[in-house]
Design a protein around this ligand. Sequence first.
Ligand code: HEC
Length: 377
Amino acid sequence: MGALVSTGALANEAFFQAEVLDAVVAPKAPTTPTDPAWNTVPGRNFSVSAQRTVHLHDRTANAVLTQPARSRVLVKAIAGAETVAIFLEWDDPAREVVREDESNAFADSVALEVPQVFGAGKRLPAISMGDDDAFVKVTLLRATQGGALATHFAAAGFGSLTRQAPAVPDATSLSWDETKKHWSAVFTLPRSSVQGLTPLAFATWDGGRKERAGYKRLSSWHYVRVPGLPLDAQYVKELAYGYAPGDLGDAAQGQALAESVCVACHQLPGKAFAPAGIAPNLQNIGAIAVASYLRDSIITPSLVIIHEPNPNQHYMPSAPKDPNGAAPNADAFRWSSVGADGKRVSKMPPFTNFTPGQIADLVAFLKTLDGQPRENN
Ligand code: HEC
């Protein structure tokens, strides 16, 4: 007879297995990906999936980027006394570097994203560079002819980057392996910014596929655990939503519901009735969004309002011009409006009439959307 295990413990186990990377503790964390210390550190593979929401005025890039793209990033962590080093390694067919002053060319790049604040009672920022109420810190490394060019940002949604001084100066590095055709990088976080379980997400850009800016491959939130630091049970419980038995419902039921209700605005795999751009494309939302975010998106859409990446694209040439002579934007392509209290309100209605079971079904379905082509399409 096995001992009774509480649902909470079961949930945590599945969550830790799926999402958590254990750091190895060492006196000093390495600062380069070629440091032999990494050879003995176990890593985990996490997937990154092409971001679909952004469209640029570049037909070739748009065409390439609508093809499914999903790859893996190997992640390792070493926690030293002063800093925590995060190692990332990913395949790339060819090395694309640019000159340091070329801002419009396509360089292979990588970024690490960490929430500005996190812990019990604080929801995770939206994965695409944070949101109005939950900022992220981003470090971007671009491959240039002179080596890695690092920039540090605070961000609150697409197009809202504010440059910042690095938390740990000059401690980021990038390395290309021509034989194995992969990049590796090290990001350095101050030890003081890390807790028992620190959320992190990463993005890669393949210059050869013209990936740049919002066009990237993005991971979901994952977590690095530093042994010896305390874990807050309530915080773990919040993060682990989706992994306890009964958290998620029936994906087939959820699909039926989504295909009757949500397709009015969102494009779903094989169900692209809504005009592109009137709401985010949900084709790979399951690969980049955590279950609690999907649940909250359905119950309280205005909690996190995703910025429309390009509202100006949908202007109405025949409508009366504004005082500057510009044609107005089509309101259908705006994702939010401003309420009487000055706060932004999502155009998505809160689905308060759904039962908890229906919400759980919808979340289960959305979690299956990984951006890969499906057989029944
Ligand atoms: C009236 C149009 C409309 C309908 C119907 C609608 N949505 Fe939305 N949805 C939006 C808009 C606009 C946004 C972007 C603004 C925001 O973040 O709330 C959005 C955002 C989302 C997001 C966040 C996407 C991201 O990229 O982070 C999810 C998840 C979502 N909707 C799920 C659903 C589901 C599930 C349904 C059906 C039950 C649904 N929506 C029905 C318009 C709609």
